[in-house]
Design a protein around this ligand. Structure first.
Ligand code: HPA
Length: 276
């Protein structure tokens, strides 16, 4: 018998409710090296993932592994400081479990952030890019297996995975802060190897602007539950083969650290506008 994700998500959500009176409508998932937005959460309760029933803990440097519930600019939010990835050995079901819990908790909108390699040549390390769409090249889908209609439909329409309306709000917010938010297609690989230069050339032909190892399965699970999604990527490096030097996780974390303040300012302005 398959695991009852719906039941388990309900149990985890109930545990979270027992720890706080905050009722978040928006959640933010913080990607590699982007965890410092958590400091903007006021009157927050921090719950280690290890304490939440059925949650998995991240094993990756740059991912703290705790859920914060509190307020940002007056808006009740849930902030996931760190996520788990398929390359850590977690199944798509485990990777997407927190999203199911957030949905069960009553969250209506999730802002996913991540680190990515720039495939499109005009992108620059340190640049924030709005996800306009994605290409799932992991060969896996979190909705594989029997469908639980309490979570969502068997065949999911993903023709607007990333809300057009929210993308508009994000762009206007960025303009107000004096920077332009580019849009791009995020291609998800399973990792953990970075790509070869030949793969990056192939991905460019496929229509990818960014490449990364997260987010896409989580977005599918969120859309399955009818949640609105926004995706914001920090280009931490040019993808393999563009510059004549090797890639490293160190470089990813360093670039993340450089944009953290901008990301925090941006998200703090964005959340109240989304909440309206
Ligand atoms: N490739 C895949 N994932 C990444 C990269 C990259 O170049 N940079 C940050 N995450």
């Amino acid at each position: 018998m398959a695991e009852d994700v719906f039941e388990n998500a309900g149990i985890a959500a109930e545990f979270i409710r027992s720890q706080t009176s905050v009722e978040p409508r928006i959640a933010v998932v913080l990607g590699s090296g982007l965890g410092s937005f958590a400091e903007a959460v006021e009157n927050g309760v921090a719950i280690p993932y290890a304490a939440i029933p059925h949650f998995s803990a991240s094993t990756v440097e740059g991912h703290s592994g705790r859920l914060l519930l509190g307020r940002v600019a007056g808006v009740p939010v849930a902030v996931m400081q760190g996520r788990v990835h398929g390359y850590e050995g977690y199944s798509p079901l485990q990777v997407t479990f927190p999203v199911r819990v957030l949905g069960s908790l009553g969250v209506k909108t999730i802002v996913f952030t991540n680190a990515s390699g720039g495939v499109r040549l005009d992108l620059k390390p340190g640049q924030l890019v709005l996800l306009s769409d994605h290409i799932n090249l992991t060969g896996l889908n979190p909705l594989s297996g029997p469908n639980d209609s309490r979570l969502g439909p068997r065949f999911l329409d993903v023709s607007e995975a990333y809300s057009k309306r929210l993308r508009g709000v994000a762009k206007t917010t960025a303009e107000g802060q004096g920077f332009e938010l580019a849009e791009g297609v995020y291609l998800c690989v399973s990792g953990p190897t970075f790509e070869t230069p030949a793969e990056i050339r192939a991905f460019r032909i496929l229509g990818a602007d960014l490449v990364g190892m997260s987010t896409v399965h989580e977005v599918i699970a969120a859309r399955h539950m009818g949640l609105q999604v926004l995706g914001i990527s920090c280009v931490t490096n040019m993808a393999a083969g563009i510059l004549d030097r090797p890639l490293s996780h160190h470089e990813v974390l360093e670039a993340g650290a450089r944009v953290q303040a901008q990301m925090t300012r941006f998200l703090t302005a964005l959340l109240p506008r989304i909440d309206r």
